[in-house]
Design a binder for this molecule. Sequence first.
Ligand code: ZN
Length: 160
Amino acid sequence: MKIENNTVATFHYDLADTAGQRIESSRAGQPLAVLHGAGNVIAGVEAALAGRVAGERFSVTVPPGQGYGERREGLVQRVPKKYFRDASRLRAGDTTMLSTREGQRVVTVAKVGQSVIDVDLNHPMAGRTLVFDIEIVAVREATPEEVEHGHAHEPGGHHH
Ligand code: ZN
């Protein structure tokens, strides 16, 4: 079965930058289970998965426009420490979750002060060209419930 809309693709991935520096990998845990066509992965990866079958292994290079977007200047904000759950442990360069009006988002710590922390609201992977090495583990038809929810129900997918 080929990966197309309303199928669930299960795959392992290794992610590196264009210099071959490893960023993250699914190999230590469960493979990712993704409902195809629902925008659950970045556009460049979703496009590369289309038409693949179980057992295929391939690399795809994803530019920022097909990934997490370009870095934007002026997105550094000063936030009181009380808005962070883990303020005492944070150092410059760390990523953490911050509650904003638009919901939880990943931010990067730019500078830690006495009572405030400067955070960069750009996604940590914004502006980066990403190289994915992907191995398709399985492809199956999505259930009507998964299609309705817009995500896969599997160990490597969505948890309720
Ligand atoms: Zn669900």
